[in-house]
Design a protein around this ligand. Structure first.
Ligand code: NAD
Length: 254
């Protein structure tokens, strides 16, 4: 409980959902979507991020409870420490991510490490802790945010695409392993979405990117959040191990 919290039976029976990288873009939209359902939303971002305080206000304005859980997702000890305060978890969304374009010849060892660490180790560290809780509860849902680039590959983003491809394989493996424990694991693989991460690449990139999708536009963070909300809900009770493309038709699998 946070200072000033009063007991509200409806609210305190609510689902508990943890979202990593919730300070911006897609993660913020996911956190707000859970808040609209009156979930208890645990929001993570880097300790240096000022965005979480603002997000907490927005979540509480929707009548939901919010707990801040700042940590670098790539730091195993911080992630373990953060879970020391979590007794129950219904939903984990591994969303935190970074993006930097570079030809493979110019990716330094440390840039490669950081890319894999934030995306793949981050998802592993959080899923490992969440799985311990969810197995005990015999209930839970994990949703990983992958990318269409993890399916298609992308020039000048080999480290990012490799990390996302790893997340896709991790999702399927975890889905098989945790299914007997009542825990479902899926991924959403967005195409281009208008967030600060993509806006930083410039207007020309956004225009070219939009042109490659059959729907001829980029997605919104809310459109990704809707898919996450569905996959983490009981409406998706027979869905596990799936990579759901929310990508304007940019990848079509069958
Ligand atoms: P964003 O930059 O707007 O938000 C990412 C958030 O993650 C930021 O708040 C950032 O501070 C946080 N973060 C970064 N490193 C972290 C760390 N080590 N620990 C904790 N938090 C950290 O980006 P976004 O577009 O909202 O991206 C969210 C996720 O969606 C990422 O995994 C990204 O790869 C994925 N994705 C985005 C797009 C897109 O087009 N925007 C497409 C496919 C997949």
């Amino acid at each position: 409980m946070q200072p000033g919290d009063s007991f509200d039976p409806a609210r305190d029976r609510a689902m508990t959902c943890l979202v990593t990288g919730a300070g911006s873009g897609i993660g913020r939209a996911i956190a707000l979507a859970f808040a609209r359902e009156r979930a208890h939303v645990i929001v993570n971002d880097l300790p240096s991020s000022a965005a979480l305080d603002e997000l907490r206000k927005d979540i509480e304005a929707l009548g939901a409870r919010c707990t801040l859980a700042a940590a670098d997702v790539a730091d195993a000890a911080s992630v373990r420490g953060l879970f020391a305060d979590i007794e129950r978890l219904d939903v984990l969304v591994n969303n935190a991510g970074i993006l930097r374009e570079a030809p493979v010849t110019e990716i330094s060892d440390s840039e490669w490490d950081r890319m894999i660490k934030v995306h793949l180790y981050g998802a592993f560290y959080f899923s490992r802790e969440a799985a311990r809780l969810m197995q005990k509860q015999r209930r839970g849902a994990i949703v990983n945010i992958a990318s269409d680039l993890g399916q298609l590959g992308c020039e000048n983003l080999s480290h990012y695409s490799a990390a996302k491809g790893g997340i896709i394989a991790f999702t399927k493996s975890l889905a098989r392993e945790l299914a007997p424990h009542g825990v479902r694991v899926n991924a959403v693989a967005p195409g281009g979405v208008l967030t600060p991460m993509v806006e930083a690449l410039g207007a020309r990139y956004i225009e070219e990117e939009a042109a490659r999708y059959p729907l001829k536009r980029l997605g919104t963070p809310e459109e990704i959040a809707q898919a996450v909300r569905f996959l983490s809900s009981d409406a998706a009770s027979f869905i596990t191990g799936q990579i759901v493309g929310v990508n304007g038709g940019g990848v079509m699998n069958g």
